[in-house]
Design a protein around this ligand. Structure first.
Ligand code: ADP
Ligand code: ADP
Length: 227
């Protein structure tokens, strides 16, 4: 059974102007357990919109989203939030860590919100930080970390609640090319070790070739099996 199943996803933004922008037109996609898929498209093609719909942050105008076999269509906000918190991890281009909190606390907090006890949450956070090589920086706030370290901490936060599905939007797009390659290696190691299923948006073809499968968005539709 797919971890994520999208069927017939259509989304338009009503801009208040006569021509509303239809961003997605009948997009369908199944992600099998453990599959790591690149979502490749130029800026403005609808990658973020699709990731937000897949991660239950936004709703489509038409179509269905299944996560772990559960049809999320028409579910209550409370149920959608619960599934998002426990089953979905997000990574963005910018780390979005909370500036007042240490690296460790940034990984502990989502676990407390999800009902994990503090001690277990801290242990898991340290394990995650160790696995990405940032354990020595656990007590530092984000501002004291390098860009690469910040993004590694953001990966740990996304993994904090052991999600089934990871959604990443240009996860290394804010880093210089060399740092980007190293940090991307870390992300792929973490994803492979965890065996989780990931949809990673990128416009970097070099990074895309390292994933199991590439899908392209063109004119709001999904095109598979190009190159
Ligand atoms: P990408 O992530 O591939 O850059 P986005 O999903 O962010 O693409 O945006 C796709 C299109 O939808 C763009 O033309 C963008 O301007 C438009 N768009 C995105 N969000 C909104 C919004 N909230 N209101 C109106 N238009 C939007
Ligand atoms: P919290 O548990 O802090 O209330 P939510 O349940 O609202 O957080 O969100 C769960 C995940 O979705 C978090 O990783 C959060 O960063 C992300 N998120 C929430 N709202 C948005 C949004 N508007 N845009 C992008 N990501 C969001």
């Amino acid at each position: 059974e797919p971890v994520l199943s999208l069927k017939g996803i259509t989304k338009a933004y009503n801009t208040g102007r006569p021509n509303e922008v239809t961003v997605l037109r009948g997009v369908g996609l199944d992600l099998a357990p453990g599959e790591v898929v690149a979502l490749v498209a130029p800026s403005g093609a609808g990658k973020s919109t699709l990731l937000h719909i897949a991660g239950l942050l936004d709703t489509p105008d038409a179509g269905t989203v299944h996560i772990g076999g559960e049809d999320m269509t028409g579910r209550s906000d409370g149920r959608r939030t619960a599934v998002r918190r426990s089953d979905v991890g997000f990574i963005y281009q910018f780390h979005h860590l909370l500036p007042e909190f240490t690296a460790l606390e940034n990984i502990v907090l989502p676990q407390l919100v999800n009902g994990t006890g503090r001690r277990a949450a801290e242990e898991r956070a340290m394990e995650l930080l160790t696995s990405v090589g940032v354990a020595p920086r656990a007590g530092h706030r984000p501002a004291a970390l390098s860009g690469g370290e910040q993004q590694r901490v953001a990966f740990c936060r996304a993994m904090a609640n052991a999600p089934a599905l990871l959604l990443a939007d240009e996860p290394t797009g804010n880093l210089d090319p060399q740092t980007s390659d190293q940090v991307f290696d870390t992300l792929m190691d973490l994803v492979r070790q965890t065996g989780l299923c990931a949809l990673i948006a990128t416009h970097n073809p070099g990074l895309a070739t390292r994933m199991d499968r590439r899908i392209f968005l063109d004119g709001g539709q999904m095109v598979s099996n190009l190159s």
